[in-house]
Design a binder for this molecule. Structure first.
Ligand SMILES: [Zn+2]
Ligand SMILES: [Zn+2]
Length: 423
């Protein structure tokens, strides 16, 4: 007998993932709406790309020496024998889409935004997930440092809308392919001189890409890195001028900022401008948004020679510090008694919904008192009571759940009382 018993072991969500339950989802919807409205105001349009891509897209785009590609990608072989990766970041996908659809040939501004899940096999900890969500913007074909400043001003506008306070803007320039090699040479020499004191990860980075040592989370490495040469002394005339103008535009916008010479960001493709906005409320890992310029990626992918800049923001982090308006979800609970009244309630709900009134009609045998109890518990703004005798007359009792008052109303009266017109 026991062999026939079905197994009743429950299945849980995968470690590092989280469910966004209805109450929380309301906040997500609000944040998404604010984000979309803000970006659209600045002329950005949404672009949606697949969640998975060919692995080489990220190896090439994000960069072989990054922690993302080395350790954090969800890569698997699909049934067709192809190597597939769940996107760990968004930028390479947009660049691919632009080249594939030749979006650069359209007259539209190449300003895009995106909201969606990303996947990284990172150590799950508080506020850090393996499936996490990002809001992202990218601008292509604009070389003027005014755009570098404008996207920061746009981020600032967005964070103010979401009432994120105590923010700080950090900026840096990581130079270009012309001026960075000399810096990397000196940085490599500096790292080699203290190699024994670095963590094994950084010892490897000292060879492959010493810039990545600045991303290390080991405190000893961070302390050592503070003594490394700073890139500002190595910028060529063009990069130095771009950085100077970028900062003067930030001043023009009245956006205070601080130069952080170790701000190189954990990705290989950045050129010139890099930046981060931090929020004090986030604690030690306080970055809420980060980005920079990547002028070479498009041509490295075999596309046109088009410069680019963008930023990404973690939605989970944003939600943890945003202050959202409380929900004003007004709805009406339809209470009925008997079969005839039930039919009348169904028709009334259909009528009210077609006029944009949110209705809840529950199909359970309950007494009137119990139904009103439900209405109150669920936070309904009104309860509409449809009794057996009232059906024939087309008159109902509308109870204001907050005030406790009750009025008699007909079908058309309801729209007026509930604040909807009949048109
Ligand atoms: Zn340069
Ligand atoms: Zn290290």
């Amino acid at each position: 007998m026991s062999e026939d018993k079905p197994e009743k072991q429950s299945v849980s969500a995968i470690k590092g993932t989280h469910d966004i339950l209805p109450k929380e989802a309301r906040d997500w919807q609000k944040v998404e709406a604010v984000v979309q409205a803000a970006f659209e105001l600045y002329g950005y349009r949404e672009i949606r790309t697949p969640v998975f891509e060919a692995t080489e897209l990220f190896e090439k785009g994000t960069g072989q020496s990054t922690d993302i590609v080395q350790k954090e990608m969800y890569t698997f072989t699909d049934k067709g024998g192809r190597s597939i990766t769940l996107r760990p970041e968004y930028t390479p996908s947009v660049v691919r889409a632009i080249i594939e659809h030749r979006l650069d040939l359209l007259p539209d501004p190449m300003r895009y935004y995106f909201i969606g899940p990303m996947f990284r096999f990172d150590k799950p900890q508080k506020g850090r997930f393996r499936q996490f969500h990002q809001v992202d913007i990218e601008v292509f074909g604009e070389n003027d440092p005014a755009i570098d400043a404008e996207i920061i001003e746009m981020a600032d506008h967005l964070l103010k809308k979401l009432k994120v306070t105590e923010t700080e803007v950090l900026v840096n320039s990581v130079g270009c392919r012309n001026c960075r090699p000399a810096y990397l040479k000196d940085l490599r020499a500096a790292a080699a001189a203290v190699e024994a004191s670095l963590c094994p990860d950084c010892q490897r980075k000292a060879e492959t890409n010493p810039l990545r040592i600045f991303d290390c989370k080991v405190e000893a490495c961070r302390e050592i890195a503070r003594g490394f040469p700073e890139i500002s002394g190595y910028l060529d005339a063009e990069c130095a001028e771009h950085f100077r103008k970028f900062r003067s535009y930030l001043d023009f916008y009245g956006i205070p900022h601080r130069i952080e010479p170790r701000l190189v960001r954990g990705i290989d493709y950045y050129t010139k401008t890099t930046f981060e906005i931090t929020a004090a409320k986030l604690g030690a890992q306080n970055s809420i948004l980060g980005g920079g310029r990547y002028d070479d990626m498009m041509k490295d992918f075999g596309g046109p020679d088009i410069c680019a800049i963008g930023f990404a923001m973690g939605v989970e982090r944003l939600l943890s510090v945003a202050e959202l308006e409380p929900a004003s979800d007004k709805f009406i609970y339809l209470a009925y008694m008997g079969d005839e009244a039930k039919k009348e309630a169904i028709l009334l709900a259909r009528f009210l919904r077609s006029h944009g009134v949110e209705c809840l009609l529950e199909f359970k045998e309950r007494g009137l008192k119990s139904q009103l109890g439900r209405a109150s518990k669920l936070g309904a703004s009104w309860a509409l009571i449809i009794g057996e005798e009232e059906v024939g007359m087309g008159r109902y009792q509308l109870k204001d759940m907050e005030k406790g008052t009750q009025v008699e109303a007909g079908k058309q009266d309801l729209l007026g009382i509930l604040g909807r017109s009949d048109t």
